[in-house]
Every structure is written in structure tokens, then in C-alpha cells.
Design a protein around this ligand. Structure first.
Ligand SMILES: Cc1[nH+]cc(COP(=O)(O)O)c(/C=N/[C@@H](CC(=O)O)C(=O)O)c1O
Length: 401
């Protein structure tokens, strides 16, 4: 019998589908500004020196391939959560942060939504910024959570709609779960200022909302891992029992190694144990236990002082290259007398720039200039380099004239 005749063709992934289209294009001058993955000045994927050194160290050790515990490798979990929360974080020192290794950031978000849908006794709603990373919606709806949006992007100023954001968070039913991008908001590249984060902390506390931080770019936004963790750490200092989803895909270039953590601040060590026991029951039927290699690489780098220092330099170098692409792109667009405001190209932060061009203009750039980006006009700045930035600026300028 034919079991699957009713299965419909699904749409291509809004982000990963762009890379497929790019790969199909045979034009020699094609440019991929789609997926949020760092590329060096020659447009090549970049394996960090500190990672290569950690690979050699691990290779010498001839480690076994035994299963990890359901919650992952303990040294990795300890070092990764210290990087996120800070060594001196109270809840961490008091042993009341439940941490599990996750299949990178996506896996951490899936543990979060799975745990929330099963155990959260507040509204089963996840508030997402508008716009947000596309995968946030199916991650919530796939486990039966409702999705609501809070205003985030102001088209007029191509900036943060802070009043709209606060109003929507204030009007949300008390005790709602609010997803916040810790830094380098995807796709807008627009982050609240530290003062605005402080206001948001007060508002979210007053409403008894639960703050869920998605921290996929720590160190990648400003080049400073402490600065990029400000929002999450400030909320913890203010007493919020946050949920934190951490990824090492971008800041350590470990994309395909799938290294990340899921963590929840609780009220006591034994509440942490009870929560951890249920986190295990969410993970076990999903994938039983996480992959070991990425966790060993991260633990080696974070746990070896000279590798840690080397990594800090490399993550800053990646962030700085993107910042210089922002400046160059801005200057080129101005030189080309491109209509419209382009200051946001420079003021935005992290991997992405929200150009503000229309889906039709995006399509025209793909069809005629072989330049690929997501339909919402987001460009991954790391896809730009000395060899293609002039061509991109001229093509973008022509597309908006
Ligand atoms: C905000 C955010 N959160 C989580 C992730 C998941 O990353 P992981 O590799 O699971 O640790 C990504 C990836 N974003 C880029 C890649 C992708 O879409 O998968 C992107 O936006 O292009 C994010 O941009």
C-alpha cells in the first residue's frame, strides 16, 4: 500500500532555502548574504585557530566514545554556564541553575518550549519580537504553545520601536513567557540600550513575566563577551528566574558541531534537582544524549587559559571584520547617492543588517545580480568582503533607485 500519497510538498526554509538557491546559481559573481554563518575576507568558512589547537589536544588524548549523561558533559556545562552568567553569578554559586547541554541553540530552544508546554502553569503563550528568527515560531507551535508577537522594529526610523515593545509586553497577560534576543537581534541587528534593558527588566518583573533569553551571539555582537551578556546577567542580578538558550555555533564557529546549553534559574538547589529531573525526561525521548565532540572542544578552549585568551581575540576579530564591512557599505551607498536613510547599516549590531528593501527588490537582486538574501531583506554582513562589497553596494543602490 502507498502510505504517503497525502504528504504535501513543504515550502523551502526561509533561511536555509536561500543557500540552496545560491548553490544552484552558476554565475561567477554570485554573492550569498543568506545564512547567518561567518565567512572570512575571502568568503570562506572560518575555523578558529583556538578550535584547531583544541582539536590537536583532543586527538592526542584518544578519548573514548561512551554515551554522555542525558544532560551532557559536566565540564562543558560548568564552563559554558560560567561564560554565560559570569563566574560570580549568585544563582550559579548557590547551585540553583539547572543546566543541560543542548543540540546547539535550536536544541536549547526546543528543550525550553518542551519544558514550558509540559510544566509552565502560566499562560501557554510565547511572546516573540516582530520580526524574529523564523525558527522561533515552529519551535513554539510544534509543542502546542501559542505564539504572540510584541512590536520590535520601527520601519520609519529603521530602529527599535521601544514604546510599542513596552506596551505589548505590558498588555500581555501577567506571567507570560517573553522571548528576548540577548544581543545581536536577528534579523534586525537592533538591540535595546543598557538603559532600555533596565526598563524592560522592571516592566517584566512588575508583570511577573518569565524572561526567556536566546543568546546565540555572545561575543559576536560587540566583540566583547561580557558586554554582549549584559541583558541576561542584569536580569539575573535583578532577581529574574530566566531561561537561557546558549549557542556556540557562531562565536566559536562550531556550527555543525551543535554545541550549546539550556539553563533555568530556579529558587533553590533542590528545586534545581527536581527541574533537572524533568528536563531529562524532555531530552531522553528527543535524542537521549548530546554529541560529545563539540562539548569537548568548547570545554578545552574555555578551560585552557591560553586557548581562552586566543579565542577572545578571534571572536573580536570576527566582530570587527563585520563592523568594518558595515562602515564600508555605508560609505559606498552614500557615495552612490543611494536614496533613503542608511545610517542603520552602521548602527545595527551583530551578524545581520536589515536593509529595509522589499521582497520584490530582494527577488530582483537574486534574479539579475545573483545576490542572495532572505525575503525580509536581511543580509548576513559576513558574506561581504573586499572582493564583492562594491558590486553589492552598486547592485543594492540600483535596486532602490
Ligand atoms: C537568534 C537565533 N537563535 C538560535 C539560532 C540557532 O542556532 P544554532 O545553530 O542552533 O545554535 C540562530 C541561528 N541563526 C542562523 C542560522 C539558522 O537559521 O539556522 C540564521 O539566522 O541564519 C539564531 O539566529
Amino acid at each position: 500500500t502507498n502510505f504517503w500519497s497525502a504528504v504535501p510538498q513543504g515550502p523551502p526554509d526561509p533561511i536555509l532555502g536561500v543557500t540552496d538557491a545560491f548553490k544552484r546559481d552558476t554565475a561567477p559573481n554570485k554573492v550569498n548574504l543568506g545564512v547567518g554563518a561567518y565567512r572570512d575576507e575571502n568568503g570562506k568558512p572560518y575555523v578558529l585557530e583556538s578550535v584547531l589547537k583544541a582539536e590537536d589536544i583532543l586527538h592526542q588524548k584518544r578519548l573514548d566514545k561512551e554515551y554522555l549523561p542525558i544532560t551532557g558533559a559536566n565540564d562543558f556545562i560548568t564552563l559554558a554556564s560560567e561564560l554565560a552568567y559570569g563566574k560570580d553569578s549568585n544563582p550559579l554559586q548557590e547551585g540553583r541553575v539547572a543546566v543541560a547541554q543542548s543540540i546547539s541553540g535550536t536544541g536549547a530552544l526546543r528543550i525550553a518550549t518542551g519544558f514550558l508546554s509540559q510544566f509552565y502553569n502560566g499562560p501557554k503563550v510565547l511572546y516573540l519580537p516582530d520580526p524574529t528568527w523564523g525558527n522561533h515560531v515552529p519551535l513554539a507551535e510544534g509543542v502546542g504553545l501559542k505564539v504572540q508577537r510584541y512590536r520590535y522594529f520601527d520601519k520609519k526610523t529603521v530602529g527599535l520601536d521601544f514604546n510599542g515593545m513596552k506596551e505589548d509586553i505590558k498588555n500581555a497577560e501577567s506571567g507570560s513567557v517573553i522571548l528576548l534576543h540577548a544581543c545581536a537581534q536577528n534579523p534586525t541587528g537592533i538591540d535595546p540600550t543598557q538603559e532600555q534593558w533596565k526598563e524592560l527588566s522592571e516592566l517584566i518583573k512588575a508583570k511577573k513575566h518569565l524572561a526567556l533569553f536566546d543568546m546565540a551571539y555572545q561575543g559576536f555582537a560587540s566583540g566583547d563577551i561580557i558586554k554582549d551578556a549584559f541583558a541576561a546577567r542584569y536580569f539575573v542580578e535583578q532577581g529574574h528566574q530566566i531561561i537561557l538558550c546558549q549557542s556556540f555555533a557562531k562565536n566559536l564557529g562550531l556550527y555543525a558541531e551543535r554545541a550549546g546549553t539550556f539553563s533555568m534559574v530556579t529558587s533553590s538547589p533542590d528545586e534545581k534537582e527536581r527541574v533537572l529531573s524533568q528536563i531529562k525526561r524532555v531530552i531522553r525521548p528527543l535524542y537521549s544524549s548530546p554529541p560529545v565532540h563539540g562539548a569537548q572542544l568548547v570545554a578545552t578552549i574555555l578551560g585552557t587559559p591560553e586557548l581562552y585568551e586566543q579565542w577572545l581575540g578571534e571572536v573580536k576579530k570576527m566582530a570587527d571584520r563585520i563592523i568594518s564591512m558595515r562602515d564600508q557599505l555605508y560609505n559606498l551607498l552614500i557615495e552612490l547617492k543611494t536614496p533613503g536613510e542608511w545610517g542603520h547599516i552602521k548602527s545595527q549590531i551583530g551578524m545581520f543588517s536589515f536593509t529595509g528593501i522589499s521582497p520584490e527588490q530582494v527577488q530582483a537582486l537574486a534574479d539579475h545580480a545573483h545576490i542572495y538574501m532572505t525575503k525580509d531583506g536581511r543580509i548576513s554582513m559576513a558574506g561581504l568582503n573586499e572582493h564583492n562589497i562594491k558590486y553589492f553596494a552598486e547592485s543594492l543602490s540600483k535596486a532602490v533607485k
